[in-house]
Design a binder for this molecule. Structure first.
Ligand SMILES: [Zn+2]
Length: 339
């Protein structure tokens, strides 16, 4: 049974080839953060190794169970911020890690029928690492599947992309997500609606927020900082830039989520300028948004949104996080009336 939810368009495509054991050697799973890329990847690992399922994971055989528990020795996950003696400031998947994974896939699977290499954050591969992978993708060994996960498909080397079957994961529509959160996760309809708005249809984020109250608390704290930074002088802004850069070194996904929150905040400021308040993402902060919007021109807001998008793209291209954040903070407008 597939546990991934809301991606039926992909399962329809996958099932026939899985049934015939003729799946592709490499897939690119593309979609926004928390949309379910790792959940689908896990299901695919199960489907190709399952002892009982027929084109889909049974969910209960030893293979499916060990994969779900993260114990299967033929499934290898590469991600930034992991490996290489646990050093923290690692924002890239380096050549050594990729070479080590490639060396292993040339051996026979140890406990299952198919080895899988999951590259979580495929846009974060170093250029030499991506080129090493490319060579293997061009002549893949049998019984191996590569799953490349990315929230920024354009930042993945085009030659690598062209060797993969692309599967685009989509956020859930409102009614489906609310139904799922209410029936399977015991959320009240009001909370489910709020989580839909905050998660923008990405179920993983909504479930995370339901299971851990710190997620919503962290969002509030992050929004307070975003608000304060606009009112602050350059010194405070630089301190903040360093905090985010450090976060980037220890938890790349959390740092990118934080910048995505910045982006939504600034898009909300623009919506207020355009008189479209009903579409606000952070509608629980409408007063603060109105207040800040009144001190900024539309041109300033648009320019800063462009800067934010450029920063996110630069970070995916492995620009120094500290430099990228400092440049961003230098471009943060100064509110009218502020000295
Ligand atoms: Zn199974």
């Amino acid at each position: 049974m597939w546990t991934i939810f809301g991606q039926d368009h992909l399962l329809k495509r996958l099932e026939p080839s899985l049934k015939q054991r003729r799946q592709s050697h490499a897939y690119l799973l593309s979609g926004p953060s928390h949309v379910g890329k790792m959940a689908l990847a896990t299901n695919m690992c199960q489907a190709v190794n399952c002892l009982d399922g027929f084109g889909e994971p049974c969910g209960s055989c030893t293979q499916c169970t060990r994969i779900a528990q993260g114990h299967h020795s033929d499934i290898r996950i590469l991600a930034p911020g992991q490996g290489e003696e646990g050093r923290s400031a690692k924002t890239m998947i380096g050549i050594n890690e990729i070479k080590e994974a490639l060396r292993r896939v040339h051996l026979n699977p140890y406990e299952g029928s198919t080895s899988v290499v999951i590259i979580d954050g495929a846009e974060s591969m170093s250029d030499d690492g991506a080129n090493a992978l490319l060579k293997t993708l061009e002549e893949p060994p049998p019984q191996v599947m590569f799953l490349l996960l990315t929230a920024n498909e354009d930042a993945v080397l085009p030659t690598v992309r062209s060797r993969c079957q692309t599967m685009i994961l989509v956020p859930l529509p409102k009614d489906k997500m609310i139904e799922r959160l209410v029936t399977d996760h015991q959320a009240t309809p009001e909370l489910a609606e709020q989580l839909f708005r905050l998660s923008r249809g990405c179920l993983g984020w909504a479930i995370g927020a339901l299971e851990n109250s710190q997620v919503l608390e962290q969002r509030q704290a992050d929004l307070e900082k975003i608000k304060e930074t606009l009112d602050a002088g350059l010194e405070t802004r630089f301190t903040y830039a360093n905090e985010v850069a450090s976060l980037f070194g220890t938890d790349r996904d959390a740092a990118k989520d934080l910048l995505a929150l910045w982006l939504r905040w600034w898009r909300d400021l623009l919506l207020i300028k355009e008189g479209a308040e009903e579409f606000l993402h952070n509608s629980d902060h409408a007063d603060s948004l109105r207040n800040q919007a009144s001190g900024l021109s539309t041109a300033e807001i648009v320019q800063f949104i462009n800067r934010l998008m450029q920063t996110l793209s630069n970070l995916d291209s492995n620009v120094s996080p500290r430099l990228a954040m400092e440049v961003l903070m230098l471009n943060l407008p100064i509110e009218a009336g502020q000295v």
